[in-house]
Design a protein. Structure first.
Lengths: 227, 130
């Protein structure tokens, strides 16, 4: 088979492409190895977070104590006004969506080899992430110090509320924190021109991690805070 | 689409999806703000959640443009988790049913809210002021 015939098959998409990628003794994923590895990691992380959320589903179903009302617990009042339900969580959600947008733009400018824009957009993403974590610190300290919520008990209702809250939001917050460090590290290497020869796939790989963190929050926001 | 040029798509698409994600987040927050309850709450929250997740995965994470070999590797294994969720939901319902039935818990008990707890403190403060 000639060289051109082989590359015809590789470019072929859809089901034929799937069969071709998996057949024979050759590379399956036609992406940089770092990107394939990041995806494998993210799939395994999906399992971790799904196990947490399924555990939450199970303890919430089986507890016979009433489940605390989230929209009242996470309400916040400004300037002595009436408390607005879930307002801090809504702001945190919008911050994370904003950071996802700046990250998507950073990936785009990275492939255009626009180092300055990529650097600043990644810094903006990291800044959004840092503000998200600081709001989470505020939320945690409010719940721990003012409301007396503990992993083993809370004054509102089912004790499992505290353990689920600290475990799931804590694990997610740790992911955001690591993401901020990772993004800044990549951003400064982009600025230094480390990837001029290697190519800018690294920005997309870092972006995948960051979008995943946002994705997990979409599910936490729905299942833990809204339902 | 090939790995040589990476994932490059028009900026306008990203802006549109970005705005859409904001709108969907606002919609799911509105469900809580306007206190929609019952089956409608579940339907709306889960619909907005799945739409948001779908757009993030498909557009921002570029799975829509990836070859099927990678897309199936990403999306295939997590579908097994749906089975775990269904099994745990069935099991959990059974356990809670037996607990209410045999252990005499109050099915209609209501959780306390921060205002219930802190309201008491304020009353004490008022009494001290008198």
């Amino acid at each position: 088979m000639s060289e051109t015939a082989v590359s015809e098959i590789v470019r072929h998409g859809g089901i034929d492409g799937l069969a071709d990628d998996w057949s024979a003794d050759k590379q399956t994923y036609h992406v940089p190895w770092g990107k394939a590895m990041m995806w494998i990691f993210l799939v395994s992380d999906t399992f971790i977070f799904t196990c947490f959320l399924t555990g939450y589903l199970h303890v919430r179903l089986t507890t016979t104590e009433p489940w605390p009302v989230q929209s009242e617990i996470f309400a916040l009042s400004f300037g002595g006004g009436d408390p607005i339900p879930l307002i801090l969580i809504a702001i945190m959600t919008f911050i994370l969506i904003s950071s996802s947008g700046t990250m998507a733009l950073a990936v785009n400018f990275g492939y255009q080899k626009d180092k300055v824009k990529t650097f600043w957009l990644m810094c903006a993403t990291a800044a959004f992430g840092a503000s998200f974590v600081s709001m989470q610190v505020f939320e945690w300290s409010k719940l721990i110090l003012e409301e007396g919520v503990r992993p083993w008990s809370n004054p509102f209702g089912a004790a499992q509320f505290g353990s689920v809250f600290f475990m799931i939001t804590g694990f997610h917050g740790a992911h955001v924190t690591i993401g901020v460090i990772y993004l800044l590290w990549v951003a400064f290497r982009v600025k230094r021109g480390v990837y001029d020869d290697k190519g800018y796939e690294i920005v997309e790989i870092a972006g995948l991690y960051w979008h995943f963190v946002d994705l997990v929050w979409v599910f936490i926001f729905a299942f833990f805070y809204l339902l | 689409m090939s790995s040589d040029t990476g994932q490059q798509h028009p900026l306008g698409l990203y802006y549109r999806i970005w705005v859409l994600l904001f709108v969907l987040s606002a919609c799911s927050y509105a469900v809580d703000f306007f206190n929609v309850q019952g089956g409608m709450r579940w339907f709306l929250v889960i619909m907005f959640m799945l739409l948001k997740a779908g757009f993030i995965i498909a557009i921002f994470m570029h799975v829509f443009w990836e070859r099927l070999a990678l897309a199936f590797t990403i999306l295939g294994p997590p579908t097994v988790l749906l089975m775990l969720i269904v099994f745990m939901a069935v099991e959990g319902n059974y356990i809670s049913g037996t607990r209410y039935l045999y252990m005499g818990h109050d099915l209609n008990a209501v959780a306390l809210s921060p205002s219930d707890l802190h309201g008491a403190e304020h009353e004490e403060e008022e009494e001290e002021a008198h």
